[in-house]
Design a protein around this ligand. Structure first.
Ligand SMILES: [Zn+2]
Ligand SMILES: [Zn+2]
Length: 131
C-alpha cells in the first residue's frame, strides 16, 4: 500500500497542511530542517493513503526542535491510528475523568483536545464550536 506523508501545522486553527513526502523519514527530516512559512510552528506528520489514516507526533528531543514542540519528550515519532483520535475526541467530550486519565496514561497522551480540535478537518470531527 503506498502512502504519502504530509505535515499538518497545528499552530494554525484549523490546521494547515504543508509538504508532501514519500517516506516518514523524509517528513521527519523536513520538520527537523524547518518548513517554509512554519518556522516556529507545532508540526505533525500525517500518513495519507487518502484519506488520512495515521498521525505522528514527531520527535521532541534534539537541539533543533527543543523549545518549539509542546509535547512530552520523545525521540521517535509517535504514531496513532486516526480511529483512536476520533474515539479520544469523544472521551474528551464525555467529561469522564476516569476515561480521560486512562487516555493520558497511554500513547494517546500526545493528543490533548486542543490538538484534535485543530485537526478537526483532517479527522472529520465536528468540533468547530467547542473550545
Ligand atoms: Zn504553521
Ligand atoms: Zn508527542
Amino acid at each position: 500500500m503506498s502512502s504519502t506523508y504530509r505535515i499538518p501545522c497545528i499552530s494554525h486553527d484549523p490546521a494547515l497542511v504543508a509538504g508532501e513526502y514519500d517516506t516518514p523519514d523524509a517528513a521527519e527530516r523536513a520538520i527537523r530542517d524547518g518548513i517554509d512559512d512554519h518556522p516556529q510552528c507545532d508540526l505533525l506528520i500525517g500518513r495519507y493513503s487518502y484519506p488520512l489514516i495515521e498521525v505522528g507526533c514527531p520527535p521532541t528531543t534534539g537541539p533543533d526542535r527543543s523549545g518549539r514542540h509542546p509535547c512530552l519528550p520523545h525521540s521517535a515519532t509517535e504514531w496513532v491510528d486516526v480511529a483512536w483520535l476520533r474515539i479520544l475526541a469523544t472521551v474528551h467530550h464525555s467529561g469522564d475523568d476516569q476515561m480521560q486519565a486512562l487516555a493520558r496514561d497511554s500513547h494517546l497522551a500526545h493528543w490533548p483536545l486542543e490538538r484534535l480540535r485543530r485537526l478537526r478537518d483532517q479527522l472529520s470531527l465536528d468540533l468547530a464550536e467547542q473550545t
